[in-house]
Design a protein around this ligand. Sequence first.
Ligand SMILES: *[C@@H]1O[C@H](CO)[C@@H](O)[C@H](O)[C@H]1NC(C)=O
Ligand SMILES: *[C@@H]1O[C@H](CO)[C@@H](O)[C@H](O)[C@H]1NC(C)=O
Ligand SMILES: *[C@@H]1O[C@H](CO)[C@@H](O)[C@H](O)[C@H]1NC(C)=O
Ligand SMILES: *[C@@H]1O[C@H](CO)[C@@H](O)[C@H](O)[C@H]1NC(C)=O
Ligand SMILES: *[C@@H]1O[C@H](CO)[C@@H](O)[C@H](O)[C@H]1NC(C)=O
Ligand SMILES: CC(=O)N[C@H]1CO[C@H](CO)[C@@H](O)[C@@H]1O
Length: 290
Amino acid sequence: MGCYVRNLILFYIFLASALCTCVAYKPVVIVHGVLGDGNTMKDMSDRINELHPNTKVYLVDRFEGWSSLRPMWHQVLEVGADIMKIMAFHPDGIHLIGYSQGGLLARGVLEYFNFHNVHTFVSLSSPQGGQYGTKFLHIFFPTLACEEAYELFYSVVGQHTSVGNYWNDPHHQDLYLKYSVFLPYLNNEIYSNNSSNFKSGITKLKKMVLIGGPDDEVITPWQSSHFGYFDANETVVEMTDQPYYKNDSFGLLTLNKSGRLQIFELSGNTHIDWHINQTIIDDYIVPFLD
Ligand SMILES: *[C@@H]1O[C@H](CO)[C@@H](O)[C@H](O)[C@H]1NC(C)=O
Ligand SMILES: *[C@@H]1O[C@H](CO)[C@@H](O)[C@H](O)[C@H]1NC(C)=O
Ligand SMILES: *[C@@H]1O[C@H](CO)[C@@H](O)[C@H](O)[C@H]1NC(C)=O
Ligand SMILES: *[C@@H]1O[C@H](CO)[C@@H](O)[C@H](O)[C@H]1NC(C)=O
Ligand SMILES: *[C@@H]1O[C@H](CO)[C@@H](O)[C@H](O)[C@H]1NC(C)=O
Ligand SMILES: CC(=O)N[C@H]1CO[C@H](CO)[C@@H](O)[C@@H]1O
């Protein structure tokens, strides 16, 4: 009888530890925005831990401040190498959150390091479709006119800035495709040896969550956060009407068709609000970090 009780207790201990492993939340990596640093994402990290106790959260601390303007591929390779090391510690998978430029950087990591083990990718008001707007431009280049920025960005020199890498001038698409070394490749708008790898990095995600909204004021058009973008008349073409969506060039259609693409349009947030607004963290981000 004593032995039976002991075995029963051992069994419950075994069961409890098995359950503990089951409910453990996957680690989360957060990529900060342009001009930001790891610490700017600390509130989000703290809140994730309040709601999902014991979650290991890694804040990317590379390319902080002005160095966030370094070329996108350079940042993708360095940050990606860090994230690969984190993944090696967590073979059951991780979640990835990118805010603003950090969301585009994170997409670059997912596509380039297509053997990643990311389950949920959250893109928080990121210029996924590119950027063409005065307010954003003037944060870095106060005297440059939006209409003329292409002359700087669509050049070999201009491509040495992150902003140039995703500057998407709807009136100069020929130059965009000719000079931009980043966004058209990431979108597989230009076919390359890497195209099918890039796509597989997206289609293996369990979930992609896109968050953005009309009061952003910095991401222009704001629909870029949802893969929508300007046509030649500066009319916004929604994601589902974009050629790269319709021909599934990098996997968005595949994600959507299988119910793995979640899009949230939220009003009342300017660009600097997204990562500190607790409603957004609680209701639109944390539920996907299981
Ligand atoms: C998909 O559409 C893009 C336009 O965004 C085009 O550049 C690309 O060549 C197309 N790819 C395929 C495989 O049709
Ligand atoms: C792409 O791959 C093909 C075949 O493997 C190779 O011949 C070609 O040189 C590659 N192109 C580039 C730009 O690496
Ligand atoms: C832009 O507007 C003009 C005139 O309204 C129209 O003819 C043209 O087809 C439009 N172009 C696009 C890309 O929608
Ligand atoms: C994809 O997403 C859009 C908008 O989020 C939705 O309207 C559409 O029905 C979805 N499904 C497919 C197969 O495109
Ligand atoms: C936070 O976001 C929610 C959802 O968009 C919005 O309704 C609310 O006004 C925002 N709150 C603050 C303080 O910005
Ligand atoms: C951006 C990128 O990944 N470029 C690589 C694509 O593949 C070729 C080789 O096929 C590499 O040389 C590029 O660096």
